[in-house]
Write a protein that binds this ligand. Structure first.
Ligand code: ADP
Length: 270
């Protein structure tokens, strides 16, 4: 279309002088849009063939005991890799939806305690007893926005903690008041992340340890999804970690997105 996109940079000199620079970024903008559409279309087109593949593989695996062992092993591998591709395609679609849908998240309120308890149960299933996972709410609170999106963001953070911490680690899902409003955080006491990697962690497919990450079943898109979900909720992510001392992923929400309850108003939380 005919839209032109300009980027302005205004520099102030003293009290009355300004330098205004305008840059035509129309082409850059168009390329970015094309990239997004392309990724969304390819992901969408891959869905059907993957569904067909996984359907047949499931049927065949019912007869796995009639196959020679080396074929049965191959069948298991095919199922595993098909599931990986499906997860990847689903994450790519989710991410492109989060990027293109500029409406911002809706404003329905949902209770944080219920959400955190439910994410905790899912994470415990993934952890299978290797880590201990707890929920701490310093103050009962509700958030306004898309519960489904916030759930997927928090799940990504907690599942990462389960995947990247050794057995015996402690993982805490915590909500506490924050000068800006409120902070929803996932803290672990695992091996942590070297600070040089932290600024790049939310980039798509950025991984600290390529080999290990693929084996853990992640798609490489988890933190990119978290970042975009938070953006749509006027919130942002802060990552804090020191090697050997665990990692904390903080989602900082503005007061406008929070309904903080006093214990008086919500006696059942007291
Ligand atoms: P994925 O987990 O699929 O590789 P993510 O975007 O979710 O992709 O995470 C990016 C990288 O950040 C991971 O590959 C891992 O190296 C690192 N990481 C994320 N969470 C943790 C954590 N709790 N402890 C240590 N490293 C982590």
């Amino acid at each position: 279309d005919e839209r032109m996109v300009l980027q302005f940079q205004i520099t102030l000199y003293g009290d009355d002088e300004r330098l205004v620079m305008a840059r035509d970024i129309t082409r850059l903008h168009q390329l970015e849009e094309m990239r997004r559409d392309f990724v969304a279309n390819v992901s969408h087109e891959l869905r059907t063939p993957l569904t067909v593949l996984s359907g047949y593989l499931e049927t065949y695996s019912d007869y796995a005991d009639q196959l020679p062992p080396r074929f049965a092993r191959g069948l298991g591998q095919m199922q595993e890799q098909t599931t990986r591709m499906q997860n990847l395609v689903n994450d790519l679609l989710l991410l492109s939806r989060l990027e293109t849908d500029r409406g911002g998240a809706d404003h329905a309120a949902f209770d944080l305690q219920a959400l955190l308890e439910s994410v905790k149960r899912d994470a415990e299933a993934l952890s299978a007893g290797r880590q201990t996972i707890s929920v701490e709410l310093e103050q009962p609170a509700s958030l306004t926005g898309s519960e489904q999106e916030i759930r997927s963001a928090i799940s990504n953070l907690v599942f990462n903690a389960v995947r990247y911490t050794p057995p015996g680690s402690h993982i805490t899902l915590r909500f506490k008041p924050h000068p800006k409003g409120g902070c929803l955080e996932v803290e672990d006491d695992g091996e942590g992340i070297d600070p040089i990697h932290i600024p790049r962690l939310t980039e798509r497919f950025y991984r600290v340890d390529k080999g290990r990450s693929t084996a853990t079943g992640g798609t490489g898109l988890g933190l990119a999804i978290v970042k975009h979900v938070l953006l749509r909720h006027d919130a942002h992510l802060e990552i804090n970690s020191h090697p050997g001392q665990g990692a904390t992923f903080r989602c900082i929400f503005p007061a406008s997105r929070l309904i903080l309850a006093t214990d008086d108003a919500f006696p059942h939380h007291a």
